[in-house]
Write a protein that binds this ligand. Sequence first.
Ligand SMILES: CC(C)(COP(=O)(O)OP(=O)(O)OC[C@H]1O[C@@H](n2cnc3c(N)ncnc32)[C@H](O)[C@@H]1OP(=O)(O)O)[C@@H](O)C(=O)NCCC(=O)NCCS
Length: 452
Amino acid sequence: MTSIVLTNDTRDLGDGLVLRWSTPEDTDALAELAGAVFRDDGDEQPNQVLMDVVRRHMRGDHPLLGPTDYVVVEDTTADRKRFVACACYQQEEWTYDGVSLPVGRPEIVAADPEHRRRGLVRKIFGVIHDRCARDGKLVQSITGIPYFYRQFGYEYAVDLGGTLSFPVSLLPEAKAGETLPYRLRKATREDVPALIACYQQGQRGSLVSSRLAEKYWSYNIDAENDPDPRRGYARVRIIESVDGEFRGLAVTQGSGAHFRVSLLEFAAGTNLAGMRPSLLRGLVELAGQQLPNAPDTEPLGRLVFELGRDHPFYPMIPAEYGPRLDPPYAWYVRVPDLPAVLRRIAPVLERRLADSAMAGYGGDLLLDFYRSSVRLTFTDGRLTDARDEGPTDRQDKSPRASFPPLVFLRSLFGHASLEELRAGYPDVGADGTAGPLVNALFPKRPSRLFAP
Ligand SMILES: CC(C)(COP(=O)(O)OP(=O)(O)OC[C@H]1O[C@@H](n2cnc3c(N)ncnc32)[C@H](O)[C@@H]1OP(=O)(O)O)[C@@H](O)C(=O)NCCC(=O)NCCS
């Protein structure tokens, strides 16, 4: 199948298939494809939740994307508008130890069963990656099905999810006449500055963090108040004392059996043990309030905190509640221009170096990926150059750290230490001063990276 470029991003893929960016008029056909693809078998009803997600994306007020941000493959031979593959392009921002990284995130990746394994999604990703390059997105990320996205240059490099849960039946009954010191209340637009400040403060310990702009908060707050039951939203709640003092925030998804707490941050100086009974009761009550867009007939069985591998609130759940920790999956990450990212985070690297036994280092560090390499040059502890080089010359005596292609991303994003990588990959290694340099520059650091 040859592909002919018709316009900038519109391609004739042959057999009547045309690849292009979406328009607002594509909403119904896109929702139809998503509804048909995201179900377990073809006899089931279309997936209404996914159809609503697509419609929300296409409305024009979504914080991450708009109606022209899907790549679609249209079957132009069909007697009505029909799409056979799609993916959307979300624009996000991460911070890496405080430094901003623009991110392009493909999601809603779908191909109609009769058109699979013909490279349609590979082509869609090619177009999205070109757009990311044009838009200066230094990083691409996706929360995706196992293995598949490795084929497009992605590596698992940041924790995704990870939960603590316990059966609500083990929560003590409220005592008659008892007044609890804290409560949850629906956030309003006036709360947005406090929400942003509290979120940023809570995320300080996370190496990689999603920047949640004002738009994210106001979108969800407004959507909850919208009478259209299909709007869909995360419920944003303020945790406050009975006197109305701001003590934190909770963001929750779903209701009933699908309820989960996906963000929980506290104002500095909050006594979490004292807050626990009020907060748990408030959350259980919220779980019982059905969401109009996704009513759930199953009641809440386990209270799920989807807050990562670890969270300040986890130790507050006593052993008698039988808490269970389920480990995280991982974000897929793609970094098409590694030197550009290393240059961007130079202040972080220089700070780490200055705080290490390699303070003031001058010289090179060769990151050897076997078929390619990146050379970092330091002068008096400052990163003065980061550049791509081809396969390394074995005669080059610069300190060398070797990684199979892409595995280095796990180091870069703090997912694993050099020692852990060495244990898992016999072809990871560091000679001479490269070991202490890599340990200083790329330490293992946890991330609680929220998916907006
Ligand atoms: C997963 C899915 C999007 C793949 O679409 P597709 O159009 O068949 O993908 P492509 O043909 O472009 O596949 C690219 C490569 O991956 C291979 N591939 C396809 N499906 C695969 C799978 N499930 N696992 C591993 N490899 C797969 C293809 O053979 C192809 O290999 P090649 O380039 O070496 O020939 C499609 O099967 C689908 O819609 N599944 C249901 C919805 C879903 O799970 N979406 C992903 C949500 S994160």
